[in-house]
Design a protein around this ligand. Structure first.
Ligand SMILES: NC(=O)c1ccc[n+]([C@@H]2O[C@H](COP(=O)([O-])OP(=O)(O)OC[C@H]3O[C@@H](n4cnc5c(N)ncnc54)[C@H](O)[C@@H]3O)[C@@H](O)[C@H]2O)c1
Length: 349
């Protein structure tokens, strides 16, 4: 079997962290080619191209400063050049860019290529929900697994222990990705319910915005725990309504479920920006630019996509927390109303 060539599609905060792991792991395995291409959305940093800085200094100085990338990870600004010859694709870009990028890659993806999506988000399709992995599957006609978990990128780059979940419809491919991505400090469990795993990763960002509102309003930890619990209930109910396959409670107990939800509600960028939204009165869009240095926010946009899906099915009232996050972020609803939404939330969904 020829060695599999890996291409990482994306190079933000998470993309660069995962590139550190992939670069090390391919060197230690016969299954993979030791050179890894990483597609970088080109930008200028102090008059120099980011790709040139990465290839000279082996560091993504904008999105993951302070952490070296392995020298066998090569930054490539042209997507068609990056995917040429690759048989393993790792997708790790903000979800709003995936459709256009797949269109650009399509002619260069060969038969038998496999992919994994680390992207957290959802899209709206003609039948309601469209997963990001569905977009990749449809556009590129390849098998796509997903990886989601309690994995704040900077902590993974610091090699602090964490767990994560691979959802793979094809078990053999799931295990290829486990070999590519697992380290002693990044422990992977492979499960079959890929769609549930992916939805967990997307929906928890909406709950994290709610957790940030609580922090901004000065509510205590008890309130935040209520947001986490009610948010989890809505995540499970939403997955049961919209996933095509089985949705087991046990998947929510994996790292992609409750663990990622807790991490994001305490540590992530969605929580942080939502807190500032309350304390500064600036818009989400303004705060994203001011606070994130080019990183993208997923929670508010996912709430908008989920809201549209719920509206189409006449189900907005069944998901009060998701709906409230959207209305506060985008429709000018007063953030104080968020507490009322918790007070009136149904005990069970
Ligand atoms: N950062 C984390 O801790 C973390 C952890 C787990 C999952 N994720 C998920 O991984 C995905 C990627 O996030 P990230 O943290 O690597 O990225 P990021 O938010 O740090 O960076 C934004 C990236 O988007 C690129 N970009 C900007 N404009 C673009 C355009 N027009 N077209 C294509 N790319 C463009 C930038 O170059 C940059 O690489 C997201 O879905 C995120 O939710 C992030």
């Amino acid at each position: 079997m020829p060695a599999k060539k890996v291409c990482i599609v994306g190079s933000g905060n998470w993309g660069s962290s995962i590139a550190r792991i992939i670069g090390q792991n391919v060197k230690a395995s016969n299954r993979f080619d030791p050179m890894v291409k990483m597609w970088v959305y080109e930008e200028m940093i102090n008059g120099k191209k980011l790709t040139e800085i990465i290839n000279a200094e082996h560091e993504n100085v904008k999105y993951l400063p302070g952490h070296k990338l392995p020298k066998n990870v090569i930054a490539v600004p042209d997507i068609t050049e990056a995917v040429k010859g690759a048989t393993v694709l790792v997708f790790v870009i903000p979800h709003q860019f995936i459709g256009k990028l797949c269109d650009q890659m399509k002619c260069h993806v060969t038969e038998g290529t496999i992919g994994i999506s680390l992207i957290k988000g959802v899209d709206e399709g003609p039948d309601g929900l469209k997963l990001i992995s569905d977009i990749i599957r449809e556009k590129l006609e390849i098998d796509v697994s997903v990886l989601m978990g309690a994995n704040i990128a900077s902590e993974v780059a610091d090699e602090k222990f964490c767990e994560t979940t691979i959802g793979a419809k094809n078990d053999a491919n799931g295990h290829i990705f486990k070999e590519l991505l697992q380290t002693p400090n990044f422990r992977i469990t492979v499960v079959r319910e890929s769609d549930t795993v992916e939805l967990c990763g997307a929906l928890k960002n909406i709950v994290a915005v709610g957790a940030g509102f609580c922090d901004g309003l000065g509510c205590g930890d008890n309130t935040k725990a209520a947001v986490i619990r009610l948010g989890l209930m809505e995540m499970i109910a939403f997955a049961r309504l919209f996933c095509k396959g089985t949705v087991s409670s046990s998947t929510f107990l994996e790292s992609c479920g409750v663990a990622d939800l807790i991490t994001t509600c305490y540590g992530g960028r969605n929580r942080k920006v939502a807190e500032a939204f309350v304390t500064t009165n600036k818009s989400i869009a303004e705060l994203e630019v001011e606070m994130l240095n080019g990183q993208k926010l997923q929670g508010p946009q996912t709430s908008a996509e989920v809201y549209k899906i719920l509206q189409k099915r006449n189900m907005v009232n069944k998901f009060p927390l998701f709906a409230e996050v959207y209305q506060i972020c985008f429709e000018g609803k007063a953030v104080k109303e968020f507490i009322k939404c918790l007070q009136n939330h149904p005990e069970h969904l």
